[in-house]
Ligand binder design. Structure first.
Ligand code: GLC
Ligand code: MG
Length: 248
């Protein structure tokens, strides 16, 4: 056994089956203590919503916390200080005000609550029935004005607009560089659209059995050796994948 970098989404991936979470936590806590394995959460939630979840569920304290779909990174989740180097990277090619003003022309987009907006993330609700059409038009409108904004649709309801340099996967690469951890010693886990970015690098990837249609569809079109689609849901699926890849 050797240390690895464990990265997981929270809602419907790590969290969703309490007994399975308890078992997985025992494995991870032991691995961290014995081998120095690092535990990182990469969630769509803001720090505010993360803290609510951490109060309600038994979560191990992470070695780093990536919130807001990769647009905020914390090395101490008790302090509200985002990593400044990461913020500098995110600011390239991004102009929040202008992007909001372009998106405001689209009536189908409804702003999410203030807590879910931040300097590098603009989030809306968007109905599934019109999502494809609206996303394509919005992408064109943004590109026409010179913005290569990332448009990430998750769970058939959430649309996040992110800087070209920001998403969960790029945040993990930044962490790997900082901690000097190879892709082959890294495993990422997820269930929905905003987790796709976790699966396009060289890292090992675990898609939980309860994955949302947008991620299952992506998997069918992008299967490769370092991706494992678990049978079990949530934390049970993660443990299944960790065993499959011989991490535990
Ligand atoms: C979380 C966030 C929300 C985001 C969604 C999908 O639910 O709170 O802002 O749109 O994840 O990424
Ligand atoms: Mg999720």
């Amino acid at each position: 056994m050797k240390p690895f970098l464990f990265v997981t989404d929270l809602d419907n991936t790590l969290v969703g089956d309490d007994p399975a979470l308890k078992t997985l936590n025992q494995h991870l806590a032991k691995h961290r203590q014995e081998y120095g394995t690092k535990i990182v959460y990469a969630t769509g939630r803001s720090l505010y919503l993360y803290r609510l979840l951490a109060k309600a569920k038994l979560l191990l304290s992470p070695d780093a916390l990536i919130t807001s779909v990769g647009t905020e990174m914390y090395f101490d989740s008790n302090k509200e200080v985002c990593d400044p180097e990461w913020e500098k990277i995110l600011s390239q090619g991004w102009n929040r005000e202008e992007i909001v003003s372009i998106a405001s022309k689209f009536e189908d987009l409804q702003f999410q609550p203030d807590s879910e907006q931040n300097p590098f993330k603009i989030s809306y609700y968007l109905a599934q029935s019109v999502s494809e059409k609206v996303i394509n038009k919005l992408r064109t409108a943004l590109y026409d004005r010179g913005y290569q904004v990332k448009l990430i649709y998750s769970g058939g309801q959430d649309l996040d607009l992110l800087p070209p340099n920001g998403d969960k996967g790029l945040a993990v690469q930044f962490l790997r560089d900082r901690w000097n951890i190879a892709a082959c010693d890294t495993v990422t886990c997820g269930d929905s659209g905003n987790d796709v970015a976790l699966f396009i690098g060289e890292e090992k990837g675990i898609i939980v059995g309860n994955a949302k249609p947008e991620l299952s569809q992506w998997y069918r079109e992008n299967k490769h050796e370092s991706l494992y689609f678990a049978k079990a849901a949530c934390a049970g699926g993660i443990l299944e994948g960790l065993k499959y890849f011989n991490f535990v």
